[in-house]
Design a binder for this molecule. Structure first.
Ligand code: ZN
Ligand code: ZN
Length: 327
């Protein structure tokens, strides 16, 4: 099978044998995959990654030894593979397992290949959702995770920073919990995607793009600030906007070191919440019930053969979700 490997910041095509699923695993033929900022980070050295990336995908189960009921089904998958026996795994939270693997991220080959192996207990059946939309299950679960971590009340003043893929998805996903939430970004073309789905938006004005513009426009600070800019300075901007004793949710991961204004955090007694992967079944339910429309978040869809072009497109400033279609 054809596969793409990231090695030392470069992309290589490799011909590999189709993986053989062991007991408890299934073989998935990839149908669509999404390119995520994490993939771009992995290419540039995040996690010292070398191998086959790709953790946002939809596929068809081809072989499922001992679990034949899955064969022929369209699926998405959780990405964290725990050891199965530590206290986190026993609590069904393998994402914090010390020995965890993660599909396409850590010690487990991902979906930038025609086939991959997936543990059967990570599978979710995809039904009544167009496959291109189901690719969003993983990032949407990460967006919805915020609703599972903090108590979002309708009366809270909530702002989401960043009109990139994650910021848009978060604002669309969380408007059910807080219909008045505000999305702040720099790009009219992006903000309009959220506005069309009834999210309030504010465009920072050039040349300064000063975050204090938001405070002037909306009469002061916010109870909850969700930072999804993907930028090193995002976290300090979030700290500027949050009220004393408020909550900042951090969604940005980066291979760059960044400085956080800890004094501000201490003096204002702010709660900082890190937020990563979420519940795929919740995301699938949202997509099935059409609680949000992810189609406008698709930048373009490339055949898998054009991986380099797709990757370059995904890496362009302001690019939305780039999808790959496998034959
Ligand atoms: Zn991702
Ligand atoms: Zn474990």
């Amino acid at each position: 099978m054809r596969s793409v490997e990231f090695r030392n910041g470069k992309v290589f095509w490799a011909e590999r044998p189709i993986p053989e699923p062991q007991k408890g695993e299934v073989l998935v033929k990839v149908l669509y995959a999404g390119i995520c900022n994490t993939d771009l980070e992995l290419l540039h050295g995040y996690y010292n990654f070398n191998g086959v990336a790709g953790h946002e995908f939809v596929g068809e189960v081809i072989k499922a030894p001992g679990h034949e009921e899955w064969e022929g089904l369209k699926v998405v998958a959780e990405i964290n593979i725990g050891c199965g026996s530590c206290s986190w795994c026993l609590k069904k939270e393998p994402r914090h397992c010390n020995n965890r693997k993660a599909i396409g991220i850590k010690n487990w080959d991902g979906a930038f290949a025609e086939y991959l192996k997936v543990p059967v207990n990570l599978l979710h059946k995809v039904e009544s959702i167009p496959l291109r939309e189901a690719v969003f299950a993983e990032p949407l679960a990460a967006a919805l995770e915020i609703s599972q971590q903090i108590h979002l009340r309708n009366s809270d003043r909530v702002v989401v920073l960043g009109d990139g893929k994650m910021g848009l998805l978060i604002s669309l996903a969380l408007k059910t919990y807080n219909p008045n939430l505000l999305l702040v970004g720099k790009h009219q073309t992006k903000l309009v995607i959220a506005a069309e789905q009834k999210v309030r938006t504010f465009q920072l004005k050039p040349p300064s793009f000063e975050i204090t513009q938001v405070l002037d426009e909306y009469n002061g600070k916010f109870d909850i600030v969700i930072e999804a800019t993907g930028r090193p300075e995002g976290i300090n901007n979030a700290l500027e906007l949050v009220r004393p004793e408020g909550i900042v949710v951090a969604k940005t991961t980066s291979h760059l070191d960044f400085k956080v204004n800890v004094s501000k955090l201490v003096v204002d007694e702010i709660t900082l919440v890190g937020s990563r992967c979420g519940d795929i079944s919740l995301a699938l339910q949202s997509l099935k019930e059409k609680r949000l429309n992810v189609v406008p978040l698709i930048e373009d869809c490339y055949p898998f053969d054009k991986f380099e072009e797709a990757l370059a497109r995904a890496g362009q400033k302001g690019a939305k979700k780039v999808l790959l279609q496998y034959s």
